[in-house]
Design a protein around this ligand. Structure first.
Ligand SMILES: [Fe+2]
Length: 287
């Protein structure tokens, strides 16, 4: 019987040419994988973006168009900052499964989190021109994604890692993700005001996959242009942590049946635990 090591990503690294991205994750704490490396066409990304905008309309009642700011006024935080987060998208459309099981994402996530990592959130993020009433340079304050675990952290073994699929062009003016290169090596949270002067924008065209370490300091710049910034994101965690959103036992059979990597999908959703047949209370029998 073949003895496959689930942490062995050498085949995907070779097939897709990921060595540079592995190095960037280790040295910089973030990498941008271009569309050409992913081997996906424009339609793939447009379907993903349109599915997010469709769910946004169903949940908020507001029609979103990529080229313009929403005409409706939102209460609370979306109205103050100019962004809307849509959670639990895996239940809405098969395209949200495809972003989870893409072999490049799987390999880079396995590099950061090892085997049997879990999906922690399945979110879409729609951001529009930052209202003038919001005065700060960043609309998402600088943080790390694994701040739920007290520092110090070992960047080589992050508890959490993240993926962002860019579904519109990311530039500083367009309110891009901002991060501090090499900050993951610090193994701690930034002090107040420490990160912004050191930060750079993630400049990435639509159709890119941004992956980053849970120790990396990041936030987002205010959006000074009209229209939408749309992204699909997904924090993942190591298997000893409970995900932020609970997908176990809730993903439809049809979603698994249509997946190109159902075993990995089951692992992401914690639906593999029953298959492992590990009884944590088992007592060894006397011989
Ligand atoms: Fe974050």
């Amino acid at each position: 019987m073949e003895n496959h090591d689930p942490t062995d990503i050498s085949e995907a690294v070779e097939t897709y040419g990921l060595a540079r991205h592995i190095t960037e994750l280790d040295e910089i704490g973030l990498t941008v994988v271009p569309q050409s490396t992913l081997g996906l066409n424009d339609t793939w990304f447009e379907q993903l973006r349109d599915a997010i905008l469709r769910v946004a309309k169903e949940r908020s009642g507001v029609t979103f168009d990529v080229a313009t700011n929403p005409t409706a006024a939102f209460e609370g935080r979306p109205g103050v900052i100019g962004h809307l987060i849509l959670s639990h998208l895996i239940h809405e459309d098969q395209v949200f499964e495809k972003v989870l099981t893409h072999p490049v994402k799987k390999a880079l996530m396995t590099h950061m989190l090892g085997a049997r990592h879990r999906l922690s959130v399945s979110d879409g993020w729609i951001k529009w021109q930052t209202p003038d009433t919001w005065e700060e340079e960043s609309t998402t304050g600088f943080h790390t994604d694994q701040s739920v675990v007290p520092p110090p952290w070992n960047w080589r073994l992050p508890h959490i890692a993240n993926m962002n699929w860019t579904l519109t062009d990311y530039t500083r003016e367009n309110g891009a993700l901002a991060y501090v290169p090499g900050s993951h090596l610090e193994g701690r949270l930034p002090e107040p005001g420490e990160a912004l002067p050191l930060a750079v924008p993630v400049e990435a065209p639509m159709g890119s996959l941004v992956m980053f370490n849970g120790c990396t300091w990041h936030g987002a710049y205010r959006k000074t242009t009209p229209g939408l910034r749309v992204a699909m994101l997904g924090q993942h965690s190591r298997p000893y942590m409970l995900p932020f959103q609970d997908f176990k036992g809730r993903v439809a059979d049809e979603t698994y049946a249509a997946s190109e990597d159902p075993d990995y999908l089951r692992s992401l959703m914690r639906d593999d635990e029953d298959q492992l047949r590990v009884d944590p209370f088992a007592v060894p029998r006397a011989q």
